[in-house]
Design a protein around this ligand. Structure first.
Ligand SMILES: Cc1cc2nc3c(=O)[nH]c(=O)nc-3n(C[C@H](O)[C@H](O)[C@H](O)COP(=O)(O)OP(=O)(O)OC[C@H]3O[C@@H](n4cnc5c(N)ncnc54)[C@H](O)[C@@H]3O)c2cc1C
Length: 425
């Protein structure tokens, strides 16, 4: 099994075997490169509409961000609704946001069908500074314009859920739920294979991609594919397979830990059973798992090396917010790469005739990969042009190493802004 040591891979039963690698030369109508949630969901959607496809995965499905994330299935994009409304106008922003709500519902329905995947309901969104007017405005706007059902928790209601001095306000979102993402990926894989329409090749990295006449040639270690259409879904793990896309995607690393059992001290600190996140740019997101364990994610960085002190770093962060958990022991610590475009919106659409992209979902991929897969499947099978909706953003170059350094600076600047707001709030 090629998955890293995580809470999810530890609980995965049975441990999945790889599907056979690609050998020899094959033809395909549609070849998808990357078996994360974007590629897998797209394959499933195509198959359910009677379309065969070939799916190439370098390791095993869900090896990338999809099998090791926080498991929060939430509507919206990495980019804020405010920016979408300003840039695209209220109607397009509304339509786009509604697509992500459909993405959430798609995952909920599938996760229920798979069974044993859903782990919690609802989300608390927390502010670390005092801003009652801002909270009122956000909740009113999201409910009135984007049909959400957000509510503001009173200070007593917040204290009933969490015992921490860090938070000043909480918004409850009933739409969000949490899953075991690796179990979900395995369920999707089984559903896709059961259709008999998906040829899944694992341990098969695509190593080159070239246009040849009206079709595309993909080379792998022991085989090749001649495809009329290719969809790139490799996100931050895609590397240089198609340089314009590689240049448009910033790989951003983020970290997660899970703890050993915490006994009754967890009930003393955190009683809410759903998703919990603060509103900082790269804030904390966490949730209870199993009977008395905690799963905690946070921090982002453009530096690719994994810090050796990762477990201690997040442990300190947890203790800062919940001193009553200072005895906790970290069981697993892992990192993963998210693919971000500079505009923080997914890159969905036709890059060249027959070459498609469905990628760069950033830290909001659980609902938006489902949305992207539906949009691309509809484009390929019915000529639907919903993918043009977000073209105001497009696939812009991220600036390679210079772009990464710039993004790290912007991130540090935003961290300072967060701290300043909290000090003055
Ligand atoms: C630690 C962490 C926490 C997160 N938490 C959340 C969360 O709580 N909620 C949320 O909505 N989102 C979260 N995200 C983001 C979310 O996981 C991603 O947006 C989503 O999984 C992206 O899916 P994907 O299919 O686009 O990419 P990935 O899952 O990264 O999949 C890409 C796949 O392509 C394969 N691949 C790459 N290149 C090739 C090639 N040349 N040939 C063949 N295969 C190739 C890779 O092996 C990989 O399996 C988190 C991400 C991380 C890393």
């Amino acid at each position: 099994m090629s998955y890293p040591q995580t809470y999810y891979s530890e609980r995965l039963q049975p441990k999945p075997e790889s599907e056979p690698s690609l050998t020899g030369a094959v033809d395909a109508d549609i070849c998808i490169v990357g078996g994360g949630l974007a590629g897998l969901t797209l394959a499933l959607r195509l198959a359910e509409q009677g379309q065969n496809c070939l799916l190439l995965e370098a390791e095993q499905v869900g090896f990338g961000a999809s099998g090791r994330n926080g498991g929060f299935v939430t509507p919206g994009f990495a980019q804020s609704v405010d920016v979408l409304e300003k840039k695209l106008g209220i109607d397009t922003a509304k339509t786009l946001f509604a697509e992500t709500v459909r993405g959430v519902e798609f995952v909920r329905k599938r996760a229920k069908a798979i069974g044993g995947v859903i782990q919690g309901d609802g989300q608390l969104k927390l502010l670390r500074y005092n801003a009652p007017d801002t909270v009122e405005r956000i909740v009113h706007h999201m409910n009135a314009v984007h049909d959400q059902r957000l509510t503001i928790l009173s200070p007593d209601a917040l204290a009933a859920q969490l015992s921490s001095k860090t938070y000043r306000h909480a918004i409850h979102d009933p739409h969000t739920f949490t899953i075991d993402p690796l179990a979900y990926v395995q369920g999707l894989k089984q559903h896709a294979l059961a259709t008999g329409m998906v040829n899944l090749c694992e341990k098969t990295p695509a190593v080159s991609l070239q246009k040849q006449g009206a079709s595309w040639q993909i080379a792998t270690a022991q085989g090749s594919v001649n495809a009329r259409n290719v969809v790139l879904t490799g996100s931050a793990y895609l590397g240089q397979l198609y340089r314009p896309l590689a240049g448009a995607i910033l790989p951003i690393a983020t970290y997660v830990v899970s703890t050993d059992g915490l006994g009754s001290s967890l009930d003393d600190a955190i009683r809410f059973r759903g998703a919990i996140a603060d509103t900082r740019l790269a804030g904390d997101y966490y949730r209870r798992i199993e009977r008395d364990q905690l799963l905690w994610g946070g921090r982002i960085t453009t530096q690719r090396s994994e810090p050796r002190y990762l477990a201690n770093l997040l442990k300190r962060q947890i203790e800062e917010i919940y001193p009553q958990l200072s005895d906790l022991r970290i069981r697993h610590a892992w990192s993963g790469l998210m693919g971000y475009a500079v505009h923080k919106m997914p890159i969905i659409g036709e890059l060249e005739p027959g070459l498609w992209s469905c990628t760069a979902f950033g830290g909001y991929g659980l609902s938006t990969t489902a949305m992207g897969a539906e949009i691309v499947a509809d484009a390929l099978l019915q000529g639907d042009d919903r993918w043009r909706m977000s073209q105001a953003f497009g696939a812009r170059w991220s600036g390679g190493a210079v772009g990464r350094a710039g993004t790290q600076l912007v991130y540090w600047g935003m961290q300072l802004k967060d701290r300043w707001q909290e000090k003055s709030g």
